[in-house]
Design a protein around this ligand. Structure first.
Ligand SMILES: [Zn+2]
Length: 164
């Protein structure tokens, strides 16, 4: 299942009812939105989205209104192929609560270098414009969800302490 693609301002998805392309702005990824043409409700992205350009990635993590989970992968990596269907499950179960994107480190080598990705698959969680956690290696969907949950909740605790 294809959730859509990223551009410089949001996730572009195709309306299942009328075929119209709609952009879900990065800053409103957690909101319910409607198709610009037929006005039916647009579901939030329920599958991982492949990142095509580093600039889109930077815009996304800078302004996303939900946590962004990044899967650094490459086509030749066996464990990456094992984790892919697990990420599909997480994306479907957590649709609207987070966005999962895939970064092919062969294609976007500049991102792999900038974030110092030493092994793949590596999963990283971004929230509030910065990386809050990462983990290397394949794991099942339940463990991925637990990792994301603990990353987001501990980042939230730190944030509250900072503002207290
Ligand atoms: Zn429509």
């Amino acid at each position: 299942m294809v959730a859509g693609e990223l551009d410089d301002r949001g996730v572009v998805t195709v309306c299942a009812a009328c075929g119209q392309k709609n952009r879900l702005a990065y800053g409103r990824l957690g909101d319910t939105s409607r198709c610009g043409q037929c006005k039916r409700e647009l579901p939030p992205p329920a599958a991982p989205v492949e990142v095509a350009r580093s600039a889109d990635f930077d815009r996304l993590v800078a302004s996303a209104s939900v946590p962004v989970v990044v899967d650094y992968w490459a086509p030749w990596c066996g464990p990456c192929r094992m984790v892919a269907p697990e990420l599909q499950k997480v994306a479907a179960r957590q649709a609207g609560r987070l966005l999962i994107v895939k970064v092919n480190t062969d294609v976007l080598a500049d991102l792999g270098e900038r974030f110092q990705i030493r092994s793949i698959p590596t999963l990283a969680v971004f929230a509030g414009g910065r990386e809050i956690a990462r983990t290397a290696g394949a794991r099942p969907a339940d463990e991925i969800e637990a990792f994301i949950e603990s990353a987001v909740s501990s980042a939230g605790t730190r944030e509250r302490e900072t503002h207290a």
